[in-house]
Design a protein around this ligand. Sequence first.
Ligand SMILES: O=C(CO)COP(=O)(O)O
Length: 250
Amino acid sequence: MRTPIVAGNWKMFKTIADAKQFADAVKEQKKVAGVEQVICAPFTALSALAEALQGTEIALGAQNMHFEEQGAFTGEISPLMLKEIGVRYVIIGHSERRQYFNETDESVNKKTKAALQHGLKPIVCVGESLEEREAGKTAEVVGTQTKAALSGVSVEQLADVVIAYEPIWAIGTGKSSTSADANETIAIIRSVIAEDFGQEAAAAVRIQYGGSVKPENIASYMAESEIDGALVGGASLTADSFIQLVQGAR
Ligand SMILES: O=C(CO)COP(=O)(O)O
């Protein structure tokens, strides 16, 4: 049985004050059990959130990191720095980072391995563009991205990896993938993982869907056999909506 996991990706939204307000509002809501919950906040809000989320079910995540522990990498944040403030998850290879910040399959792989070495759980993002989808290349693209990201990861380490399938054309557009289509692609990702890690390990990996997930549609994704949760942007920004997403994932 794979435990469902709902992760909010706040992207470049929320000051420290906003983040604290979110945490206060979450605390007023009833706790939801049985679903792993993560908020991936901007770096500047992580420390404050680590404290503010105490007593909630929500674990802390970052949205990116460098793969080195330290060094002359101006503007970067290392896995050690994230660990120190209580971060447990880190999004790796989000399509916005691949598109705007030159993230490559190679850097995604380095970061995935570095996260695992430091006891951080990577949420590794894969997904095709609209052009690739229309050219019938979805399976090839997500297969290549998945294999590259997980190259050199051990079977034991794979247990700490979460994959997020986010079709680029569905992100922030309101155009979500149908749950059946998302399920089909996620099944492909799982079979690609099985080729390298074996059936048993692949069957245990959690794979989320992301792209215009809302409280109103999360249940339809969760009803699919291969989908184990959601990585949510816009709809994770208010406590009310985030809790509804978590409830919908049970
Ligand atoms: O990119 C996403 C999560 O990482 C999805 O964003 P939206 O939920 O806003 O479409």
